[in-house]
Design a binder for this molecule. Structure first.
Ligand code: FPP
Length: 228
């Protein structure tokens, strides 16, 4: 969800105003995913590297998370959303940690949309923690066991990965899981990414051919044949 800071700066507002607006965009996106029949949505809300931002911005993002737990969770619960928080929780306050666990427990039986919020998350951190856990348990490290020990083991790999804000890189997001994801980059800043923008991204995805290493003919048997 890139571009909150620029959205605010362009309006002579403090960066935190962009994050607040970003929260509105996120709420709309969750709702649209539910309407469109998307079963899993995973967002990058705070990266392991975001600790390097000015302390006041870091605290405002922490406050936003705490506020979201109070304000948004009851609504999400009513909308059939199952919440998961993915990332290293050790750096978070006891109160926030308890809030995350409570939100997950309160929404665990929901089935309409699985909503993963990656917070204090990094793709490399996830792979390292999974490998360390397997090693500590004396289990062999294989593609399958590592996959099952990652923070997102409860959902399939993402079909579509959207990055807003004009940059074309993964920035340590879902490094393992995005191996075969379709990538979609848009110049729109995250606070401007509305339901119509999501529809556009889904339409772009729907027009792509996914081959997973196979040939076009294997994927679509008639592809490549000349008309008789
Ligand atoms: C990246 O934009 C955005 C973030 C680091 C924060 C994303 C947070 C939200 C959308 C609010 C939702 C939050 C929670 C806690 C669920 P940027 O600040 O890097 O933008 P820039 O590239 O324009 O500076």
């Amino acid at each position: 969800m890139d571009g909150n800071g620029r959205w605010a700066t362009r309006r002579y507002l403090p960066r935190v105003a962009g994050h607040k607006k970003g929260m509105d965009a996120l709420r709309a996106c969750v709702r649209r995913c539910g309407e469109r029949g998307v079963r899993v949505l995973t967002v990058f809300a705070f990266s392991s590297e975001n600790w390097n931002r000015p302390p006041e911005e870091v605290s405002s993002l922490m406050e936003l998370l705490a506020m979201a737990l109070g304000r948004e969770v009851p609504q999400l619960k009513g909308e059939g959303v199952q919440l998961h928080f993915i990332g290293d929780r050790r750096a978070l306050s006891d109160k926030v940690r308890a809030g995350l666990a409570q939100a997950e427990a309160d929404t665990a039986s929901n089935e309409r949309l699985v909503f993963n919020v990656c917070f204090n998350y990094g793709g490399r951190w996830d792979i390292a923690q999974a490998a360390a856990r397997l090693a500590a348990e004396g289990r062999p490290i294989t593609e399958h066991s590592l996959d099952r020990a990652l923070g997102l083991a409860h959902v399939p790999d993402p079909d579509l990965l959207i990055r807003t804000g004009g940059e074309q890189r993964l920035s340590n997001f879902l490094l393992w899981q995005a191996a075969y994801s379709e990538l979609y980059f848009t110049d729109k800043l995250w606070p401007e990414f509305d339901a119509a923008a999501l529809d556009e991204a889904i339409a772009d995805y729907a027009a792509r051919e996914r081959r997973f290493g196979r040939t076009p003919e294997q994927v679509t048997p008639r592809a490549g044949r000349r008309a008789a």
